[in-house]
Design a protein around this ligand. Structure first.
Ligand SMILES: NC(=O)c1ccc[n+]([C@@H]2O[C@H](COP(=O)([O-])OP(=O)(O)OC[C@H]3O[C@@H](n4cnc5c(N)ncnc54)[C@H](O)[C@@H]3O)[C@@H](O)[C@H]2O)c1
Ligand SMILES: [Zn+2]
Length: 469
């Protein structure tokens, strides 16, 4: 079973009327991939419509041609989104090729809805309701068997989340034992506070698979080398074991880094328990620890084999921590250009990170407002919560983009901070690539985010407007 679509084709399967053809381009856009429509490709090759092919040469010959085309498409190295014909998974060779080369998502639709959508069309197998329903019943188990994930018909975010290995479900913590892939041993890593609140439920859910529990100090101190060093020493698993990180971004960063480096990499599962974690830190496979020279300077890209987003875990989160997450949520809404809930924001981040797992392009967009935030945080000796700094940074980014700051003011009401202006400016310049007198920033245009240079004096004025005397 494939765990995600990283470096693999994403194949959409499902009964006729499941809406594969409609959803495929939307999913492809989110993942930055091309779409292959298997039926249209076949029609082009044989110069017949599917209906004509069926009528002239029969279903058996059609399936043979279809399976050959599926194998050929899957053999392409560049991962695509493949819209497979409704019957393609009937052929064993096509199923084998899918298992080897693709992450397969079943778009689930009930027989009633599917029939309503396709009746009256010229599809050869949609001419008679009784026949249609019989084929539906026959195929459903075949689809389920071939699928790595099942998503409701029409749910683009659902497909993107599945493709990234993100499982969103309220109450999922109770099913953690099933949600950790494989059946090998599991070690649980959590900070002291989270262990006290949710540790017992997690341990119960992991049951017999749980080997050991490792406690981290709460918050940023978890991301220190001696802490990770202790986890390395305590881990008693081979590569068949899985690290489960239960906690906020500090825990998932530290435990994910421990998993990335132990035995040159063991699988890990992120179970983010903060809003920051569920919409941001737990998703995308960046792990890191801090060194005296700076935050997140030592780390690794190590995609979690699963991310479990259970919003019920947020019920115990203190309000000041929720505020941190709200800033990242508003940032994500600005990038996406629409209102988002936790699931939608997680899906947006998952899509960007799938497009750019190693942070070479569009992933930089996620830094909207962060150049300013980092300057303010450093000038405040990190005594300014990241969320407050990001809220202010978003204001500056919107101003420099020539956009209305109202969405940020209304949602986050950021207030200017009292820090040393010169120090903030120096800190901003330090982590920025400059091109002459210009500074590269993430900005928002009508078509979405982009990176562009802005004159240093404009950037400085925008930073100054976030600071009070
Ligand atoms: N890897 C990434 O892509 C990425 C992205 C964004 C941020 N980060 C990192 O994430 C870290 C910040 O993460 P964070 O904001 O989640 O903070 P955090 O992990 O420090 O947690 C904040 C506090 O909340 C407590 N807590 C966590 N879950 C709780 C719950 N359900 N109920 C009650 N208390 C709970 C913790 O014990 C801690 O005291 C930073 O180190 C940052 O660098 C990483
Ligand atoms: Zn941030």
């Amino acid at each position: 079973m494939a765990l995600n679509a990283l470096g693999r084709h994403l194949a959409l399967v499902g009964f006729m009327g499941a809406g594969k053809t409609k959803i495929a381009p939307a999913v492809a856009e989110r993942l930055g991939r091309r779409v292959v429509d298997a039926d249209r490709l076949l029609e082009g090759r044989v110069q017949l419509t599917i209906g004509e092919f069926f009528a002239k040469r029969g279903e058996t010959e059609f399936r043979i041609a279809e399976a050959a085309l599926v194998r050929e498409t899957l053999a392409h190295a560049e991962p695509a989104v493949i819209d497979l014909g409704g019957g393609a998974v009937k052929t064993p060779t096509a199923r084998t090729a899918l298992a080897e080369r693709a992450f397969t998502v079943l778009l689930d639709v009930d027989a009633e809805t599917a029939w309503r959508r396709v009746r009256g069309s010229d599809r050869p197998l949609a001419q008679d309701e009784a026949l249609f329903r019989r084929i539906y019943d026959e195929r459903l188990p075949v689809y389920r068997d071939a699928a790595d994930a099942v998503v409701r018909s029409g749910d683009v975010d659902g497909v993107v989340l599945a493709a990234a290995g993100v499982h969103h479900e309220t109450g999922a913590l109770e099913r953690l034992g099933e949600l950790v892939p494989g059946d090998g041993p599991v070690v649980l890593v959590a900070d002291q506070t989270v262990l006290g609140i949710h540790g017992a439920a997690a341990q119960t859910a992991l049951g017999d698979r749980l080997r050991s529990v490792h406690e981290l100090p709460p918050g940023e101190p978890a991301k220190q080398l001696p802490v990770v060093g202790r986890v390395w020493s305590e881990l008693r698993i081979d590569r068949g074991g899985t690290v489960v990180a239960l906690g906020g971004g500090a825990t998932t960063d530290a435990a994910g880094f421990a998993a990335a480096t132990y035995l040159r990499g063991v699988p890990w599962v992120a179970v983010p328990t903060t809003l920051v974690g569920q919409v941001d830190a737990g998703i995308g496979g960046k792990t890191a620890i801090d060194i005296p020279e700076g935050k997140n300077l030592v780390g690794a890209f190590h995609w979690p084999v699963r991310v479990v987003v259970d919003e019920a875990l947020l019920e115990t989160l203190p309000e000041r921590e929720t505020r941190q997450g709200r800033a990242e949520l508003v940032k994500t809404e600005l990038l996406a250009g629409r209102r988002l809930d936790v699931r939608g924001a997680a899906a947006y981040k998952a899509g960007i990170c799938m497009r750019d797992p190693h942070d070479r392009g569009p992933r930089q967009w996620l830094n909207l407002g962060h150049t300013f935030a980092h300057g303010l945080e450093a000038a405040a000796d990190f005594d300014l919560p990241h969320g407050e700094a990001v809220a202010l940074g978003l204001l500056a980014a919107l101003r420099l983009s020539g956009r209305d700051p109202a969405p940020v003011v209304d949602a986050l009401d950021p207030q200017p901070v009292r820090v040393d202006r010169a120090r903030a400016w120096e800190a901003l310049l330090r982590d920025k690539k400059r091109s002459g007198d210009d500074i590269n920033l993430v900005l928002l245009g009508d078509g979405g985010p982009y990176v562009a240079p802005r004159p240093a004096d404009e950037v400085r004025a925008a930073l100054d407007s976030l600071i009070r005397d």
